[in-house]
Write a protein that binds this ligand. Structure first.
Ligand code: DGP
Ligand code: NA
Ligand code: NA
Length: 217
């Protein structure tokens, strides 16, 4: 019997939806069970491209909308082969944000010609998640959690539009099977329990199917 591959598990949601907390908790939970797990987040602000993104988000620099879109995508491509290698070596990769954010945050700006389909194209070919856990919270609820931060996209109108576009993306033929909506309005512990169940289900499905890691189509 060949060793099981690792799984690619992604968290998505609005700013302040609790992604980072739930990511940390899932990683700890899986490690406690003896699994080998790598924890990543996008944007990865540590690479040269990531530093440009960080400067843009914090208002330190401007970028043309197509340019910043492609930089966010390039920041994922920088790690694409490393992610595949980890997974093929049996290591599960848990990611805080991925190409779904890439599609919706850029499309939310309403720039002519930059619709979801256009924004999705540079992401085609990236490692495809076994499951994407979408932490769902209204922009009002998110704002109540201590208010949005000061970064470029953390404004109510932008977040409302992002939420609508996430809903649209969930209907997309290639994402519909991968995205699971989790009500992020419950307590941290309740959300965590729901996530454990969903992750177990997605992982055993992947194991039973025996399919290798797929690519975003
Ligand atoms: P975070 O570090 O998770 O708070 O994300 C930083 C911000 O960048 C957040 O408002 C979401 C946004 N974002 C994340 N990925 C992308 C992307 O690929 N494209 C665009 N335009 N925005 C993104
Ligand atoms: Na943020
Ligand atoms: Na976060």
């Amino acid at each position: 019997m060949t060793a099981r591959r690792g799984k690619l598990i992604v968290f998505e949601g609005l700013d302040r939806s609790g992604k980072s907390t739930q990511c940390d908790r899932l990683v700890a939970h899986l490690r406690n069970r003896g699994q080998r797990v790598e924890h990543l987040r996008f944007p990865d602000r540590t690479t040269p491209i990531g530093k440009m993104i960080n400067s843009y988000l914090s208002g330190g620099s401007q970028q043309e909308d197509h340019v910043i879109h492609l930089l966010f995508s390039a920041n994922r491509w920088e790690l694409a082969s490393a992610i595949s290698t980890l997974i093929n070596d049996g290591i599960t990769v848990v990611v805080d944000r991925y190409y779904y954010s890439g599609c919706v945050y850029s499309a939310a700006k309403g720039v002519v010609g930059m619709d979801l389909e256009w924004c999705r194209q540079p992401e085609v070919g990236l490692p495809r998640p076994d499951v994407c856990l979408f932490l769902d919270l209204s922009a009002e609820e998110a704002a109540k959690r201590g208010g949005f931060g000061l970064e470029r996209y953390e404004k109510k109108e932008m977040q409302d539009r992002v939420r609508e576009l996430f809903a649209e993306l969930r209907e997309h033929k290639d994402e519909a099977d991968d995205i699971v909506v989790v009500d992020a309005g419950c307590s941290v512990g309740e959300v965590e329990e729901i996530i454990h169940g969903l992750v177990d289900e997605a992982c055993s499905l992947a194991d039973r199917s025996g399919l290798p890691l797929r690519s975003v189509a």
